[in-house]
Design a protein around this ligand. Structure first.
Ligand SMILES: NC(=O)c1ccc[n+]([C@@H]2O[C@H](COP(=O)([O-])OP(=O)(O)OC[C@H]3O[C@@H](n4cnc5c(N)ncnc54)[C@H](OP(=O)(O)O)[C@@H]3O)[C@@H](O)[C@H]2O)c1
Length: 238
């Protein structure tokens, strides 16, 4: 395979939502712990999230507007560091002004992951100069739009990523599903259902989600009961 094996690992409600008040309820905290434990046990080479999820999960200190007076920076992939574990951020317009080259998080499954930004060539030079200054790696996935298959090929060839956890949100998951780039789905199901107008589903359609809503099929590999009322479901493509 010319790309990493992709496991979409998510925690969701009974009705397939990945956002909502239920996620913050203390009675369901044990399922979130299960989600983190399974993330660690997968032993992947990294995880990938969309820009919105990265912003919410790993907030950065505000940055003042950046000026760049140096020579033009070529749109070439930049490997700042080779690591055992990577945090891959899908950030086509260059909005994540990271403060350092690695994720800082209380959970050991995320802490220390070396950041790779996935960009389009439309990002400003000031942003590239900032990433270089902070020691953040970056790759280009297209001129103005991302070609996900190319992005995955580069992650394998440049960083030796063989197994990658796709961890949301619904938009980035939707775009991977549509392009048939998901090999396995790992779901921690919380025993709660919540009505909502705006909650995000596991796989979303839209500008950055799937463009069509054609169903993709998976096979049940395993179903395990979690803490009495929850489930861990594993589905695979083949
Ligand atoms: N329950 C769970 O397991 C779980 C896991 C992860 C996240 N979440 C939740 O999900 C929510 C965020 O989900 P979301 O769907 O709104 O956002 P998201 O998928 O995290 O990020 C969407 C953004 O990422 C960029 N992007 C994603 N896919 C792209 C593609 N194929 N091509 C180009 N750009 C792409 C775009 O950034 P630009 O707008 O900058 O162009 C897009 O707006 C958060 O509330 C988070 O807490 C839940």
């Amino acid at each position: 395979m010319d790309r990493p094996y992709i496991i979409c690992h998510m925690v969701m409600s009974l009705d397939g939502k990945v956002t909502g008040d239920f996620l913050g309820k203390s009675e369901y905290g044990k399922f979130i712990e299960d989600y983190y434990r399974i993330h660690r046990e997968y032993g992947a080479d990294g995880f990938l999230c969309g820009r919105v999820t990265m912003e919410g999960s790993f907030p950065q200190p505000p940055v003042s507007p950046h000026k760049y007076d140096g020579p033009p920076i070529a749109r070439e992939d930049y490997i700042a560091h080779k690591a055992a574990f990577y945090a891959v951020a899908v950030d086509p317009k260059g909005k994540l002004w990271w403060n350092g080259r690695a994720i800082s998080d209380p959970d050991e499954g995320y802490d220390g992951a070396h950041i790779i930004e996935v960009l389009t060539e439309s990002v400003p030079d000031a942003f590239l100069a900032h990433l270089r200054d902070k020691g953040v790696s970056y790759i280009f996935g297209g001129k103005t739009e991302l070609e996900l298959a190319l992005v995955l090929k580069k992650l394998k060839n440049l960083f030796s990523i063989e197994k990658l956890l796709l961890e949301g949100g619904g938009n980035v998951n939707g775009s991977f599903l549509q392009e048939e780039l998901i090999d396995e789905i790992s779901l921690v199901v919380i025993p709660a259902a919540e009505c909502s107008e705006n909650a995000i589903p596991l796989f979303k359609t839209g500008k950055y989600g799937a463009k069509t809503a054609s169903a993709k099929s998976f096979h049940l590999k395993e179903a395990k009961r979690l803490n009495d009322d929850g489930l861990w479901l594993i589905y695979s493509k083949n």
